[in-house]
Design a protein around this ligand. Structure first.
Ligand code: 9YT
Length: 132
């Protein structure tokens, strides 16, 4: 069994910080679960363009307030604690944090740990054998 405390991840190599967000990567590809699990803090007032071309992501908001705009249809979805959105269509979107937001995120396939968005808003598929 794997038991981890998110407090031990803060400030480690699995705490990835950009101008718009910080992502604590709790479970990763090498853990062999078939998904990765992250806590993401979105910084207030920031907009991020995202396109997970290579991944599926589900996101549960547990704190804060913001919105997601799906670019294909221009729809704006209000995001508050308890709301989940799942990018089942690899949806291109804007993520906007009105306040500081805390999100629990799951990625399939799992991230290896250091991924950040490229200029297309994409995470690359990184090659690393999983533990399983
Ligand atoms: C909600 C979202 O996709 N934010 C960007 C960071 C991502 N969740 C990550 O790498 O943990």
């Amino acid at each position: 069994m794997i038991v981890r405390n998110i407090n031990d991840i803060e400030g480690s190599e699995h705490d990835v910080v950009t101008d718009n967000w910080a992502s604590r990567r709790i479970l990763l590809k090498k853990d062999g679960m078939g998904f990765s699990l992250h806590e993401t803090i979105l910084f207030p007032g920031k907009e991020t363009y995202i396109w997970y071309k290579n991944h599926l992501e589900a996101v549960l908001c547990v704190e804060g307030e913001g919105e997601v705009e799906t670019i294909a249809d221009g729809k704006i979805h209000k995001i508050t604690p308890g709301v989940v959105y799942a990018l089942d269509q690899h949806d291109k979107h804007y993520l906007r944090a009105k306040t500081k937001m805390r999100m629990i995120c799951v990625f399939n396939p799992p991230l290896t740990g250091r991924e950040v968005h490229d200029e297309e808003g994409v995470y690359p598929l990184m090659d690393e054998p999983s533990a399983a």
